[in-house]
Design a protein around this ligand. Structure first.
Ligand SMILES: [Zn+2]
Ligand SMILES: [Zn+2]
Length: 368
């Protein structure tokens, strides 16, 4: 079987639309017909080379579609099921899976950076037989993809595909930061630093937890206005001197109970510690190149503050993805405002340009 996909051959891009050949499905494989796939900053980091992956690969790690075929041992999904892809398939029985930290699953951590599926193999080739690597075990910027069974999560059929696709990365990371990582309680105060695809979802995660106030911080006035759509009660333009003082003024002079950082730069990391109260929690979601050093004013780290760096909102996808889909269908979770534009696969490079320019929250590739 063959299909069309966006292939990154060298750092810097551009992506080319190429023909891909699917190999034999192994027992725990799921072949998914992709209906929608978002363009995320992690794709962009890979295109630009700050996240290093073996090439060539197919980009895309937040996707939704319909199961087309399954391997002989697959029991959790069946052809015809509507699924959201998870880039954190886990083995379920390693050291970390046994300790309820599937994000650190050992086979996942071993094989994902090598461009392999969780069993260490690869299933896709470029037309003509050239090697092709898997990206985040999802590689969904194509008409089809092969994923591990643990990475195909059924959701209700009423879920529209574009909105569903976003659950698989930015929504889960942001909402999960508030609900699963910080475990926010009703009435706690939250500050979210950096308003993009993840930050907006941290804002609405805080709203779902009935936090108050919910303070959104960014340097882009348009994004601050958008943050109100997702539940921000206060917004602060970080270009103004004294953002931390403003946050303290709104939170009884102490700082926020929970600070969620989603900006991915040093200024945001530092502000998160300045903005949280003594004894409060800092959740860092953003990232910089892993070899970079980041400095902090020591005093901001004191006062019994707790810090956790989280990649995927402490998700257990099989529980969380259907829960988020249900919240959307009940009108509690705003996903539609995250979809800035819908594009065909042929316009994917333009979509990434718009993401880099900060013009969009999410462009979503839609397939027929
Ligand atoms: Zn992502
Ligand atoms: Zn594991």
């Amino acid at each position: 079987m063959k299909y069309q996909a966006a292939v990154l051959r060298e750092v810097g891009g551009p992506l080319g639309i190429e023909t891909v050949e699917v190999g034999q499905l192994r027992p725990h494989d799921v072949l998914v017909k992709v209906h929608a796939a978002g363009l995320c900053h992690t794709d962009l980091e890979t295109i630009q080379g700050s996240l290093v992956y073996p090439l060539p690969l197919i980009t895309g790690h937040e996707g939704a579609g319909v199961v087309e075929a399954v391997g002989s041992s697959v029991s959790q999904v069946a052809p015809g099921d509507h699924v959201v892809l998870s880039w954190n398939p886990s083995c379920g029985h390693c050291y970390y899976c046994d300790r309820d930290q599937p994000i650190l699953c050992e086979p996942l951590k071993m094989h994902q950076p090598k461009g392999e599926l969780i069993d260490g193999g690869r299933r896709l080739k470029l037309e003509g037989g050239e090697d092709l690597y898997h990206f985040m075990m999802t590689n969904c910027h194509g008409e089809y993809t092969v994923v591990p069974e643990a990475g195909a999560i059924p959701v209700p059929r009423e879920m529209p595909f574009a909105e569903a696709s976003l659950i698989g990365c930015g929504v889960m990371t942001g909402v999960g930061a508030a609900l699963n990582v910080a475990r926010m309680k009703v009435g706690e105060s939250a500050v979210v630093i950096g308003c993009g695809g993840v930050g907006f979802n941290a804002v609405q995660g805080a709203r779902l937890a009935r936090a108050h106030p919910i303070i959104a911080v960014d340097i882009n006035p348009m994004k601050l206005e958008q943050a109100r759509l997702f539940g921000a009660t206060h917004v602060i333009d970080a270009r103004d001197e004294g953002a931390a003082a403003e946050i303290r003024a709104i939170t009884g002079g102490r700082g926020a109970d929970v600070a969620i950082e989603a900006g991915g730069n040093e200024a945001c990391f530092r502000l998160a510690f300045e903005a949280v109260r003594p004894g409060g929690q800092v959740v860092l979601l953003g990232k910089v190149n892993v070899d970079r050093e980041v400095s902090f004013r020591w005093g901001t780290l004191m006062g019994e503050k707790r810090m956790i760096r989280s990649s995927y909102g402490n998700t257990r996808p099989r529980e969380d993805f259907p829960m988020l889909a249900r919240l959307f269908l009940e009108g509690e979770l705003n996903l539609s405002a995250l979809v800035s534009d819908r594009i065909p696969l042929s316009e994917i490079n333009r979509g990434f340009e718009r993401l880099e320019a900060g013009e969009v929250i999410r462009s979503v590739v839609e397939f027929d």
